[in-house]
Design a protein around this ligand. Sequence first.
Ligand SMILES: Cc1cc2nc3c(=O)[nH]c(=O)nc-3n(C[C@H](O)[C@H](O)[C@H](O)COP(=O)(O)OP(=O)(O)OC[C@H]3O[C@@H](n4cnc5c(N)ncnc54)[C@H](O)[C@@H]3O)c2cc1C
Length: 475
Amino acid sequence: MPVISGDEYKKRIDRMHAEIWLDGSPIQGRISEHPAFRGAIKSQGELYDLQLKHKDVMTYTSDKTGNAVGASFLIPRTKEDLEKRRQMVQVWARHTGGLMGRSPDYMNTAITAYAASSTVIKGEMNSYPERLTAFYEMARERDLSFTHAFVSPQYNRSSLAILEDDCTNARIIDTTEEGIIMHGAKLLATQGGMTDELFVLSAPGKISHEEAYAFSIPSNTKGLKFIARQSLVGDDSAFNSPLSSRFEEMDSVVVFDHVLVPWERVFIHENIKAVDDLYNKGKFVPLTLHQICSRQAVKTELLLGIAQSMVESIEIGEYQHVQSKVSEIITGLETQKALLLSAEATGKVDEDGVFLPNRQLLYVAIHQFQNLYPRYTEIVQLLGASGMITIPTVKDFNSSIAPELDTYLQSKKHTGREKVALYRLAWDLTMSSFGTRQTLYERFFFGDPIRVSQIMYQQYDKSDATAFVQSFLEK
Ligand SMILES: Cc1cc2nc3c(=O)[nH]c(=O)nc-3n(C[C@H](O)[C@H](O)[C@H](O)COP(=O)(O)OP(=O)(O)OC[C@H]3O[C@@H](n4cnc5c(N)ncnc54)[C@H](O)[C@@H]3O)c2cc1C
């Protein structure tokens, strides 16, 4: 089956009827029509349609079936393959302004990376690399969509947590002839319930054997619940809520109530080393970081465009501090793009014949973005000032006070309505509940920034630098 259309995606998700709880009750009827989900599902559908529209960039030919399958499933063998992957990610990111962190390319890349890393768990106890590759092929040929939940609930994060009895984290409570039985909870499935599948892998860390697993199950599996947070959709109006009406992805706690995961869907069970190796030693980190940084570059461009449009709207470009603030975003954007290209240029073919980008450079890029993104939003607020709240709604502009709004809210460059549309975009990105969730999201994308910097420190080869100092001292 070749890549699917947006309509097919929508029908599949509606048929699925996953159990999603929102505000005290389970969602009934079609999820694609529910106010909390319909905007994001429509946008995601448009992404699938883009695959059909730009087949040259967005697809490649499956060596198994000869079908045109999604380029987000492409295992890169050459630098050109990796470049193609970046172009694919950025076609999708341009459509959403990079605001859907879980557009299908994110998890498709993760599944692809795990399958391409299956040799890492070959021969390991309770590990089934052949199931992982078969699953990847099935997902690629059916163009399945995924959410994921890797993190344990925030019960006890102390270094001695392993010694305590934690009744929250999902664990294997039984193994039967049919599969493993899962019970407990997992964080934090963005798009939970609006994808075909839920992929679960224990995040590396202090866990017991029962908490070490990797598997994937359909979102409507019996006993599986998605407990959604409050919706952040402002309203349906593209004028009032230009971003939340289209890209509110929703996040949910995942609860497993004695869920049976059939053996063919279990990739690892009760093996801490195998789950750690699949995450750390496999190709997940470099390939997903490449996807993330490609999207984030597009999002930075959106932020730069918004900041500069506001500067031009009220003509504040002559002030030195304004130039300096916009230059901060320019520096971030160009550094991001340079790190991405340089990670591709210094990439290498690994022992499995996969062309991987330079992981160190991508770690620098993501870590920098985690820290810079909140500053970008601050810059937008500082440049916007009162403009960020003098933003009447579409109803105001359609009422008898419209002439006054057009007179008193106009700027040197824009009519009142045009100026408010621009500043509403800035507000929805940086100040609305949708916008502040975006900031939290980018801060914690790919993990806690503190621990990302620890990983960078631990993995970076510092020996050349210390040898350099030694040679200086010996002169
Ligand atoms: C909007 C949003 C969407 C998300 N979507 C997904 C998703 O789709 N799928 C998914 O699997 N996950 C998702 N996540 C989870 C994300 O991966 C985690 O938030 C991230 O890994 C941090 O873990 P935590 O939230 O449990 O924070 P915690 O680990 O509980 O950290 C809380 C605080 O304690 C500190 N801390 C805790 N432990 C340590 C330590 N060992 N050393 C130093 N400091 C420590 C942290 O620095 C932080 O300040 C999402 C998160 C957000 C905010």
